[in-house]
Design a protein around this ligand. Structure first.
Ligand SMILES: Cc1ncc(COP(=O)(O)O)c(C=O)c1O
Length: 535
């Protein structure tokens, strides 16, 4: 078959590729990326036969094993496939040549906005538009904005403390990146991220018990982008998605874009509740579980290792993908954090998300996804569509930082600071809160979760708190379904210990002032038969 012979043109293109000794990437990776570019640029069309390993090795003066590793990378990225006894062929279809296909459910539920024809009788449609549902945080954030007063203590944002950011170290790492790395690193790139960084991320996970290599790592522009990519790859319009109640609201909003049907699963001090999840899985067969398994935002819990087996088994029964968010895992204050669920997974159904935003600083915009096989290939393709690649400058500076002695020192200092801040706020609150207000002292993270008496409203309390000079985040946006309106989050990451007593005192004043209005309301209700309590 003509297609099966390596044609001269292909050989010519591949022989012109140049590998550079100054390029810090291994030769196999350089070779793989150079060939990947030819494929993506359409220079090597689908079906083209690539030269045999021996020939590649000879053309570029590299070892046979280097050529073989390069082909493995290309295969893992879905760009080539091997046919036994026949060779290696390009298997990538140029997406520009393919009509964008809407998932069937999208086509069914949402008619194109506009239909017409182009005058020649051919029908055309305006591009499909995703209607964003009303953002779940919108009302709460508007209320916060309206409540803000000068001098208010803002415990409403789950921020880290800027004074912990290792900026002097990074100034050096960024400078060295600009001065010492070859100019070629600033070129467009087609890969899953800097290979040394991916190796460092894989090593972090291996140290936590995961069976993972650099090939299973995709560098992304923060965990928030990771959430968009997993939604893009694993969630279709109208799917059923399970999540803890409460959980990180930005993740919920990302999945909301697919108009998903939510299933709530409860969470306690040891993370997602097994019984609740097993029931939800059996009853609703969700396509995806989003689980924030380390220093959970907002409750601060860590998923106990003893729960891994049952959670994975329940997911397996209904063939569910698990999106595990480990963004804050390093912020654990009462001992080492448990290993991620990803480390116990043997079926490749867990996709893990991590970020350097909390351990270092958010403006770095570097995080990663760990996933296996087809899931990784789909995520990589989604990343290319989203923003091509994560800024190389941040990646290279981060590699330098991770290779220095600074991370351990920095992490020790940051953990100790946040632990002291947590303790200071918890102790001050303990002196202020009445027994009907429940506080969960978190095992990690940056937030304290508070439950008010059942009939109270955190949004109403916010007005009293703002008047007392304190802002917090009402809990409603954290619930996939049926918000518990009597909950709220107090964030202490950016609150110096010395200010904790004052913050607790202001919160106490707000509680007392709100309680007084509640008492007045209930006396009115009791004395006025015309006012019936809502059921
Ligand atoms: C649980 C969780 N996931 C993801 C993110 C987003 O992090 P990033 O800055 O890496 O986008 C955050 C940020 O607060 C978070 O708390």
């Amino acid at each position: 078959m003509v297609m099966d012979r390596v044609n001269k043109n292909t050989r010519g293109k591949i022989s012109q590729l140049r590998l550079h000794a100054r390029d810090r990437r291994p030769l196999y990776e350089q070779l793989a990326h150079a060939i990947a570019e030819l494929i993506r640029d359409g220079e090597l069309a689908e079906g083209t036969r690539l030269p045999a390993l021996r020939e590649i090795a000879k053309l570029h003066g590299v070892a046979l094993v280097t050529a073989s590793q390069a082909y493995e990378v290309l295969a893992a990225e879905g760009l080539v496939s091997s046919r036994t006894g026949r060779g290696t062929f390009v298997s990538f279809k140029d997406q520009a040549a393919v009509q964008p296909a809407l998932p069937p459910a999208l086509g069914r539920r949402h008619r194109p906005l506009l239909q017409s024809d182009d005058g020649a009788g051919r029908e055309w449609t305006q591009p499909y538009k995703v209607f964003s549902p009303q953002s779940r945080r919108y009302e709460t954030f508007e209320l916060l904005r309206a409540s803000a007063r000068p001098g208010a203590m803002a415990l409403s944002a789950g921020h880290t403390a800027p004074e912990t950011y290792p900026l002097a170290d990074f100034a050096e790492c960024f400078a060295r990146t600009f001065l010492d790395d070859p100019p070629a690193i600033h070129q467009y790139r087609v890969d899953r991220g800097d290979v040394t960084l991916r190796e460092a991320c894989a090593e972090r996970l291996r140290a936590r018990g995961a069976d993972v290599t650099a090939d299973d790592i995709l560098i992304v522009s923060g965990a928030q982008q990771a959430l968009s990519l997993v939604t893009d790859c694993f969630v279709r319009e109208g799917d059923v998605v399970a999540a803890e109640a409460p959980t990180y609201f930005s993740a919920l909003e990302t999945f909301d874009q697919r108009h998903v049907s939510w299933v709530s699963v409860s969470v306690d001090r040891d993370g997602i509740s097994v019984d609740s999840f097993v029931n939800a899985a059996a009853k609703f067969s969700p396509r995806v579980l989003y689980v924030n398994s380390a220093a959970q935002n907002p409750t601060g819990s860590f998923l106990a290792r003893s729960r891994h087996r049952q959670v994975l088994a329940a997911a397996e029964r209904v063939n569910m993908t698990i999106v595990e968010d480990q963004t804050c895992w390093q912020l654990s204050y009462d001992g080492e954090p448990p290993p991620p669920l990803f480390a116990s997974d043997r079926s490749g159904r867990v996709v893990l998300i991590e970020s350097f935003s909390k351990m270092l600083f958010p403006s770095l915009r570097v995080g990663f996804i760990a996933a296996k096989g087809a899931a990784m290939n789909a995520l990589y393709a989604a990343k290319l569509r989203a923003d091509s690649f994560t800024t190389t400058v941040s990646q290279r500076a981060l590699v330098r930082f991770l290779q220095s002695k600074a991370p351990a020192r920095h992490l020790r200092a940051a953990r100790s600071l946040y632990r002291r801040r947590r303790d200071a706020l918890a102790e001050s609150l303990a002196r202020t809160l009445t027994p009907d207000v429940r506080m969960t002292v978190p095992a990690g993270g940056l937030n304290m979760w508070i439950e008010l008496p059942a009939q109270w409203s955190a949004r109403e309390l916010l007005t009293h708190a703002a008047a007392a000079g304190l802002l917090f985040l009402p809990g409603s946006p954290f619930y996939p379904t049926q918000p518990a309106t009597n909950t709220l989050r107090l964030s202490y990451g950016a609150l110096p210990e010395s200010q904790a007593p004052e913050a607790a005192a202001r919160f106490g004043r707000a509680l007392r002032s709100y309680a007084a209005t509640q008492r007045k309301k209930s006396t009115l209700t009791a004395s006025d038969p015309a006012i019936t309590p809502a059921v």
